[in-house]
Design a protein around this ligand. Structure first.
Ligand code: DP6
Length: 411
């Protein structure tokens, strides 16, 4: 039934982020507080983003949420925690002298609709972009201007890093109430314009162990994870920040790969063990090392300036690889991936996102790519770059909810 009553609606978008120093393990499950700090790169929303509309009206009988067109249970504890938290911040703001300008009551219910512009079936982490977008859009509706780390974090830990563009640190904090467990930008999205990101989408069944459950078991059983959190990550955070500040690709690439490998080592050290990588992931790791070794040799060992590491990989809780490289290397590396993992069909749709010109592979490089070609095991590549944080969309035509507060038919 269409409502004629006034309705406030806001639509925003938020990005995906990829950690180069991984978050794995919580010290507080309820508040979602991590056992170590982490650092991520925000990916460009031209390729990967979540769009969310939040509408508020006195006519709504209850809070409701639709994700990718399907209504979901609004009672999920993490969703409830986000809603509770933003309403608390809105109330706090209203109670200050200048904050009483909202055109609705804080007791009114909200409708939320959210869509991803990338296939969920690809197994790409969507919860970070999703909860960051929810937190950011709710904040626009409620006029909340304070730091939103806590709101996003209560949805999914890694989501607080998607509140900013560029390079983002999530400081673990020390306080029991989590007030100092916040995300902050360490470098702007235009700081390192040559950096490129390739997502190699690997054929996979649904993931067996969610991050939430996986990291809980790791905290309970892995001595390596404890060592990592206390004795490895603090120095790595400082070193990664230096690499980013100085645009030191050598250092960035090496540390990114080592940190991904250590995260997966803690998964194997978990009991019972968890393995997120599959054979294709391991072949990609081998391909990257062969590619780097080849370039190290042709440019002379340890020549200083970017000699050894042209490309770096990182893997989250699944088999997809995220590759970092620089603009002058991306075409040759894509050619190497095509050579080792030739598309089975639809070769023209193998590469999505940013344009990458075709590049020839030298016979020497072909010879050192030790992996036997395995057709079809990389389904496609998304080429992207570092991007900005959440955005507000001003055009009311982009709202995913209609004037009746229900999802538009095509949303
Ligand atoms: C491997 O943020 O998905 O991607 O806080 O339980 O929702 P919850 O976990 P989540 O974990 C992400 C883990 C990771 C590493 C990272 O992004 O830092």
């Amino acid at each position: 039934m269409a409502s004629e009553k006034p309705l406030v609606a806001v639509t925003c978008t938020a990005p995906v982020n990829i950690a180069v120093i991984k978050y794995w393990g919580k010290r507080d499950e309820e508040l979602i507080l991590p056992i170590n700090s982490s650092l991520s790169v925000t990916l460009h929303q031209d390729q990967l983003k979540t769009t969310t509309t939040v509408a508020i009206s006195k006519d709504f009988a209850e809070d409701r949420i639709w994700v990718n067109g399907r209504e979901e249970n609004v009672g999920q504890p993490r969703l409830q925690a986000c809603l509770r938290e933003i309403r608390r911040l809105a109330r706090k703001r209203r109670n200050t002298q200048d904050g009483d300008s909202l055109p609705f009551s804080l007791s009114h219910k909200v409708h939320v609709a959210s869509v991803n512009n990338f296939p969920t079936a690809a197994g790409l982490a969507s919860s970070a972009a999703g909860y960051a977008c929810l937190a950011y859009t709710l904040a626009q509706v409620y006029g909340v201007e304070s730091d939103l780390s806590e709101v996003a974090r209560r949805g999914s830990g890694s989501a607080c890093r998607s509140l900013y563009g560029g390079f983002v640190e999530w400081q673990m904090g020390e306080q029991a109430d989590g007030k100092d467990s916040v995300a902050r930008q360490v470098a702007h999205e235009l700081h390192w314009p040559e950096l490129r990101v390739l997502i190699l989408v690997v054929s996979a069944e649904k993931k067996l162990t969610s991050s939430t459950v996986g990291m809980q078991t790791s905290v309970e059983t892995s001595p390596l994870l404890r060592f990592r959190a206390t004795s490895v990550v603090p120095a790595r955070m400082a070193e990664m920040m230096r690499c980013i500040e100085e645009r030191d690709f050598q250092g960035f690439a090496q540390l990114t790969m080592k940190d991904s490998n250590q995260f997966h080592a803690t998964c194997l050290d978990t009991f019972p063990p968890i393995s997120y990588l599959n054979d294709t992931s391991r072949r990609i790791i081998q391909l990257v090392h062969c590619f780097n070794t080849h370039h190290g040799r042709t440019k002379g060992d340890c020549c200083g300036d970017r000699c050894g590491f042209q490309v770096a990989y990182t893997f989250d809780a699944g088999p997809n690889a995220v590759i970092f490289t620089l603009d002058d290397t991306v075409a040759e590396f894509v050619a190497a991936v095509r050579h080792s993992f030739p598309p089975e069909a639809n070769g023209d749709k193998f590469l999505k996102g940013l344009q990458v010109r075709p590049a020839p592979l030298s016979d020497e490089l072909k010879a050192v790519l030790a992996v036997e070609p395995t057709p079809g095991s990389v389904r496609y590549i998304i080429a992207t770059q570092v991007g900005p944080g959440p955005q507000i969309l001003d055009d009311p035509n982009v709202h995913l909810l209609g004037p009746d507060g229900l999802p538009k038919p095509d949303a």
